[in-house]
Design a protein around this ligand. Sequence first.
Ligand code: ADP
Length: 476
Amino acid sequence: MTVKPNLIGGEWREGSSAIESINPSDTRESIGHYALADAAQMREAVVAARAAQPAWSATTTQVRSDLLLKTSIELAVRKEEIGELVSREAGKTRAEGIGEVLRASQIFQFFAGEAVRYGGENLPSVRPNINVQISRDPVGVVALITPWNFPIAIAAWKLAPALAFGNTAVLKPSEETPGVAWELFRVLERNGLPAGVANLVNGRGADAGEALVEGVDALSFTGSVRTGRGLAQSAIANMVRVQLEMGGKNPLVVLDDADLGVAVESALNGSFFSAGQRCTASSRLIVTAAIHDRFVDALRKRMRSLKIGHALTAGTDIGPLINQRQLDTVQGYLQTGRDEGAELVEGGQLLQAGTPGFFMQPALMTETSNSMRINREEVFGPFATVIRAADYDEALALADDTEYGLSAGICTTSHKYASHFRQHVKSGLAMINLPTAGLDYHVPFGGTKASSYGQREQGTYAVDFYTNSKTAYVGY
Ligand code: ADP
């Protein structure tokens, strides 16, 4: 049995134990065995990153840009092969797997440009004969903790800006997707990654908690609210800058005047594609009275046309859930919904798709109220509810009545309501006549309330988290 090692200080290192990654579409298929770094090895990775940081931040921006651009090119060239690995390990359809690798490539390309483009400001002082120069220094060593649902894109949107702006990094990927992270590091290494500049520590979350918070200057995390909150406490205790992207309970409002086709396709995509395992997935469909029944009927009809199965089978629309635990959680919420008085009107059943995998038919519950647990807690699966609203005002109030604030959508043909919603909804992303999920890479991403904490990720805004500004006063 070959165990694929971790990359620490430029050396591929065995771990004290290993984990087997399996294909959620077919649990008989092993993706590979991966070394698990324990807490001591994670600390070594932080030390290696610390040692490499001065030289890395002293390189020319061209050197940093070249590494990112070459990485981008290799990812683009190998998008089908690596995309297939993403599909096998994370259960995404082939198109989604390839699309995600292409997205990672675009992110590296974008930050290859930002590495040479970012700068500061020059202002006259309010006092005579003084000039003020504002520049940006790297933060230093950053710990990056990532989830399994976008195993290469999220790693890319943290690693690329970290390296572009002169930081060194330690990446701790999810235990569910060590293979994709390992492949990404092979690509980085082949394209000139200097020793210690980016370190890979596949390992358990519990081991990462202290090891990756102590000794770093900043921590960027994407994952569950519970883990994020715990990490934030330790980060603040250690005076470590922290950025968290966590859950959502994203509403999609459908008004009476909506284009029914647009509303149904937005709900179908937002709620069920990627098996609902996106933090931006629409989970609460808030529908006004006159369109309610037509919308539910049309959505049910479209749900019945979806093909659920092995992620790599041609024609599959939706693959499996990531593991048995997640499948059990979603099934548990279906029962909770029934107990709370909701009606399961479509799907929900477990599926035999020809291979042993974690498949379920996307589920829709109606006659729900916003106070039910199924409308308060993040489910993270192919599961959506319908909540009736009397009118736009009530729909907006329901949309905001949640502890989360990541993405919120509205389907309407009214400019007045679309514009009001965009300005007033309390979320980081507002989607008009579009699914709540589906983002670009050159613009900021993040939420409000319990969904996010700290500066925004992605696009030109990423520089704020990964640098410190320095204000110099120059007398003349
Ligand atoms: P999910 O349920 O989506 O996997 P988690 O928050 O459990 O969300 O996991 C997201 C990432 O956080 C993973 O890389 C996981 O290993 C890591 N993680 C989990 N628990 C901890 C912890 N106590 N400290 C640091 N990282 C953790």
